[in-house]
Design a protein around this ligand. Structure first.
Ligand code: CP3
Length: 345
């Protein structure tokens, strides 16, 4: 490919809509793939996998080799950012991430000096990926939104409603703001380095945007993401940024304008009528319920068709509304791809 020609996903994210929508899946490198499980066993722990460029490149490429997705997402985790800031982190089978809960008084003492040294294996992974990926495949770099990253730092583990972080934000507003400001600044630097290393697109995951009241949503979700977008766009204004405020509901409507993001990642609860409105202003990505992909058959076909009928003629990056789950049959992924790739009929 002529390197001056923009990759498909980049074009669509900038608002061009021609032909078949490009497709990739959140968590496309993961436990539903036998080749991922094999590499994971060789690598040792999940974090060993994230910090070893040989293994991280291998698992990033696996879904591209198998399915030929239009985009590849760097294999890493949103929690490497607090880890690189000196917070302890481990992943336990079946329990997800575990951290020592941060105390309000510790926030001012967070050490930032080794941040980029600690993350250098991630930058190396991105550099190697850009060399090894097919020329036409878009490479997506990412980070977690400050609020979502903070929820894990504060609770020390995943929770269903992020009550510990919400309580912390109300009880320690100054410290919460300091934490989000720091995460926004370091995350922006992290993304800029990923772009320098070869990422074509950035996605910001705000997986816990859906648990806040109106005022907190504005302060804790919108403002820090807007700050990241501002800082990245200052250096790389041409790189599209997809923001994914999962569960934002009616607040999706002015989220793009409020944050400056190029494109919106939609979770599966967003009605397609609302998605069509959002698509009038710019590209959208999403939003198949991952459980339709698990179920397969008619449920899958109808879900894919509805998205294509409603959004397929505008700027759409076809994706799931959240990550693919480990129990998903590979044949269902193949069926979804076939259906998307035969659009428009
Ligand atoms: O999408 C991809 O293929 C790229 C890699 C990626 C992972 N995590 C790998 C991963 C990305 C983009 C993430 C983002 C991430 N990590 C988010 C935001 C998106 C979302 O899912 O809401 C969050 C909240 C995390 C934190 C995290 N990491 C949790 C809560 C868990 C446990 C849940 C689980 O699925 O086990 C992880 C672990 C994790 N991150 C796995 C993978 C492939 C599974 C770990 C394993 O192989 O054992």
């Amino acid at each position: 490919m002529n390197p001056s020609v923009e990759r498909r996903v980049v074009q669509v994210l900038k608002g061009k809509a021609e032909g078949t929508p490009p497709i990739w899946m959140m968590r496309q490198a993961g436990r539903y793939l036998p080749e991922y499980r094999a590499t994971r066993t060789k690598a040792g722990s999940f974090l060993d996998l994230c910090y070893n460029p040989d293994f991280a490149v291998e698992v990033t490429l696996q879904p591209i080799r198998r399915f030929g997705f239009d985009a590849s997402i760097l294999f890493s985790d949103i929690l490497v950012v607090p880890h690189a800031l000196g917070r302890d982190l481990r992943f336990e089978e079946g329990r997800g991430p575990l951290m020592t809960p941060i105390q309000a008084a510790e926030i001012a003492t967070i050490e930032t000096d080794k941040f980029h040294v600690n993350l250098s294996p991630v930058y190396e992974t991105v550099r190697r990926l850009r060399k090894e990926l097919p020329a036409e495949t878009t490479l997506i770099g990412f980070c977690g939104a400050p609020w979502t990253v903070a929820t894990y730092m504060i609770a020390g583990h995943g929770t269903s409603d992020q009550a510990p972080a919400r309580k912390f934000a109300y009880s320690h507003p100054k410290e919460m703001k300091a934490l989000l400001d720091l995460l926004a600044k370091k995350s922006a630097e992290y993304l800029i380095r990923q772009i320098e290393a070869g990422a074509d697109v950035i996605q910001i995951f705000d997986s816990w945007a859906g648990v806040l009241d109106q005022e907190s949503f504005e302060q804790l979700c919108v403002q820090p993401v807007a700050e990241i977008v501002r800082r990245v766009a200052e250096v790389y204004p041409e790189v599209p940024i997809i923001a994914f405020p999962r569960g934002a509901g009616s607040r999706y409507s002015n989220y793009r304008e409020a944050t400056g993001a190029t494109a919106l990642g939609l979770d599966w609860t967003v009605p397609l009528s609302q998605a069509r409105e959002l698509q009038k202003i710019g590209a959208v990505q999403g939003n198949l319920d991952p459980m339709r992909l698990v179920a397969g058959g008619e449920a899958l076909e109808k879900g894919v068709d509805a998205i294509l009928q409603n959004l397929g003629s505008g700027p759409l990056v076809f994706n799931l509304g959240h990550g693919i789950t480990p129990e998903t049959p590979i044949s269902h992924v193949e069926a979804m791809l076939k259906q998307v790739r035969s659009w428009p009929r």
